[in-house]
Write a protein that binds this ligand. Structure first.
Ligand code: GLA
Ligand code: ZN
Length: 677
């Protein structure tokens, strides 16, 4: 297997930050000081140009590239590299005033004023044309500049626009999808409440002033995703006019308003911006916070099946929370190396230097307003920089993954709008996370994927609450199990098709009923204060929220029963052999203990690979490998030291010492070992 680098001409882990030298153009001595400090912190990369439009084109068709010319040369001459951004994330005011079509309209039909960022209409032909022109110029000027190793397209694409241009594009999207308005009327079940349309043009985008029902909402969300993807494509084609450099865009943590899985095809690499609340102790214990972030890392690595970039993280604190707590000593290194453990080929920050004014002047940065290297934060960053150099060999390598967990964005949309179950919060992510946590704390590698991705090669697939499931997905899951796979699912699975029409003839739909060996009769949604219990191997486990009443089919094995209420004695957990494989169905939502137990039993029976047995609570381990070299990462998310049992001979990459026996980890400790096979 070959190493998969972001840019094979710079085959190394990146350590860098968003860098805005254009804010300091009147005090250029600061640029030179930046170069000195970057070297001191082993920073080898800067993301330049994000939000620079008003500097690059201060007035219509008046272009200024001098600042960029100078800074790119300077960075390169100091040994650094640049990921160059396109400026479309915030457009200049002259444009909004002269061409108001670039401004967004909100869901109530109000035209927005100029302001903020991430605020352009996705459809505006003028904005698309200007972005294309700007990006083409950047490509022409810098596409072969030796400093530039890749493109950063815009910034955190997000949001939607409800202007007439977008409504019109939505009608075209629907006409293309359904062809005939009566087909749409059928798929959206519009005879209900007399909602039948006579033409696509009569349809309004979802709005609190009109309709928000699920079929309309689902297609609107798909439309917004498609518009965003085509906006990205327009940007990418332009940067490719004079450049072959790889292209990335920064995604966000747990952002499901856009379906990133339907956008990533436009990019060469995925990157993301990570801002966990590490120390909100009352809300979450640290291992759960760590696993929550690991879930996102595993998503973006799985999306491209190659290393991703950590595009932003804060070296200290953010400024946009209600309470902005500092990262405690040790956490910066642990959080940064965690990303690498899960497949990041970079540790990058927002931001290199605090801006002097405006909204983000108190957001964490490597360099503070008192611009010295003698700060805790700078020392933390420099420590990460030198550590990255020691583990640099892992760049381009990937983990060996045997388990996939399906967390599907369109399913999340459908569940969020389903007027049923617990209406406002179905806890889809929480349910997926519970299974993920059981895997994470055993050090079992997981790919988080959407339902359209291939699953053939995995030993186990976990697909909780797959409420909305296409016929193709049903066939895929069916043949996966038939051919020997192990599938784990839960209540509220296989109920509606991709347009939110219920499947007829029993849930889980179609052949899934035979795969799981059951028919579901009804779902009992409990009040938050309610609970039931289910009995498994002589122990009782509490369950909350959902208790589905199911009827196993012939041959299915009932593993657990309800202990209370009118369905006491009925099945609550079923295992079914189907073809060469097996399927497990949790009919009720447990508190984590039972699912953890089942996952542990499955890990053993399927011999899922781990680097260490019996990891202490809050400790995990992940690895990356290539060509007989394996990098093993061990992380301690406890506030006390721990010992991890080990009997393998490994090289500690930080100290250079060979380790044979047990491994000691400090509070928040992280260690990286190399094993040669
Ligand atoms: C986002 C943006 C950055 C910055 C940071 C602050 O990730 O991309 O420009 O605003 O948030 O945390
Ligand atoms: Zn619009």
């Amino acid at each position: 297997m070959k190493k998969k680098y972001f840019n094979k001409d710079f085959p190394t882990l990146l350590h860098g930050a968003d860098y805005n030298p254009e804010q300091w153009v009147d005090t250029k001595e600061i640029w030179d000081e930046d170069m000195r400090l970057m070297k001191l912190a082993s920073v080898n990369e800067a993301s330049v140009g994000i939000f620079s439009w008003s500097v690059l084109e201060p007035r219509e068709n008046e272009y200024h590239f001098e600042i960029f010319d100078e800074i790119l040369d300077k960075i390169y001459n100091n040994g650094g590299r640049v990921i160059l951004a396109t400026p479309s994330g915030a457009r200049p005011v002259w444009m909004a005033k002269k061409y108001p079509e670039v401004l967004r309209t909100n869901e109530r039909g109000e035209k927005m004023l100029y302001g903020g960022r991430h605020n352009h209409c996705l459809t505006s032909p003028y904005y698309r044309k200007k972005v294309r022109e700007m990006n083409t110029r950047l490509s022409e000027r810098y596409g072969k500049h030796p400093a530039v190793i890749g493109w950063h397209i815009s910034n955190e694409y997000s949001g939607e626009c409800f202007c007439p241009l977008c409504q019109d594009a939505f009608h075209k999207f629907l006409a293309k999808k359904y062809g005939d308005i009566d087909k749409l009327n059928f798929e959206w079940w519009n005879t209900f409440w007399s909602h039948r349309f006579n033409s696509f043009e009569e349809i309004d985008a979802p709005s609190p002033l009109g309709d928000t029902y699920s079929a309309l909402y689902l297609d609107w969300q798909r439309f917004v995703t498609e518009q965003t993807a085509s906006f990205i494509k327009n940007e990418v084609e332009a940067v490719r006019t004079h450049s072959t450099l790889p292209v990335t865009a920064n995604f966000m943590q747990h952002y499901t308003q856009l379906n990133y899985w339907a956008m990533e095809q436009e990019l060469d690499a995925v990157s993301w911006d990570s801002y966990p609340d590490w120390h909100h102790d009352a809300a979450n214990d640290l291992p759960h916070t760590a696993a929550d972030i690991a879930f996102v890392h595993d998503t973006y690595r799985a999306m491209k099946q190659k290393p991703f970039l950590l595009m932003e993280s804060t070296p200290s604190l953010v400024n946009w929370n209600e309470y902005n707590k500092l990262k405690r000593p040790g956490m910066h290194k642990l959080a940064s190396i965690q990303a690498v453990a899960h497949g990041a080929d970079s540790v990058q920050y927002f931001q290199w230097r605090k801006s002097r004014g405006s909204l983000e002047k108190f957001h964490g940065a490597v360099i503070d307003h008192n611009p010295t290297e003698n700060t805790r934060v700078f020392r933390d960053v420099a420590e990460v920089g030198s550590f990255l150099r020691k583990i640099d060999g892992c760049a381009g390598t990937m983990p060996k993954v045997e388990v996939a967990l399906i967390f599907d964005t369109e399913n999340e949309w459908a569940l969020s709008k389903a007027q049923a179950f617990c209406r406002s919060n179905k806890k889809y992510y929480d349910t997926c996370f519970k299974f993920y946590f059981a895997l994470w704390q055993r050090g079992i590698a997981v790919d988080i994927i959407d339902a359209n991705r291939p699953i053939d090669g995995y030993k186990m697939v976990v697909a909780p609450m797959l409420y909305m499931v296409k016929e193709e997905t049903i066939s895929k899951l069916e043949s996966y199990v038939k051919n020997g796979g192990t599938l784990v699912s839960t209540y509220i699975t296989g109920m509606v098709n991709e347009n939110d029409l219920c499947y007829l003839n029993g849930f889980p739909a179609n052949e899934l009923g035979n795969v799981f060996g059951l028919v579901s009769e009804e779902v009992d949604t409990l009040f938050p204060e309610d609970s039931n219990f289910i009995a498994y191997k002589g122990e009782e486990y509490p369950v909350h929220d959902y208790c589905e009443r199911i009827h196993p089919k012939d041959g299915a094995e009932v593993l657990a029963y309800y202990a209370k209420d009118f369905y006491a004695g009925e099945p609550a957990l079923v295992k079914n052999k189907y073809g060469k494989g097996e399927a497990y169905y949790f009919a009720a939502r447990d508190d984590g203990e039972l699912s953890d137990k089942i996952i542990s039993e499955l890990a053993e029976s399927l011999s899922l690979s781990v680097d260490f047995e019996n990891l202490p609570y809050g400790v995990t381990s992940h690895s990356r490998e290539c060509d007989g070299e394996k990098y093993i990462f061990v992380e301690n998310y406890n506030v006390f030291p721990v010992t991890v049992k080990n009997n393998r001979e490994m090289l500690d990459l930080e100290t250079g010492a060979t380790v044979k026996g047990d491994i000691e980890l400090d509070k928040y400790g992280v260690r990286v070992f190399l094993v040669k096979k």
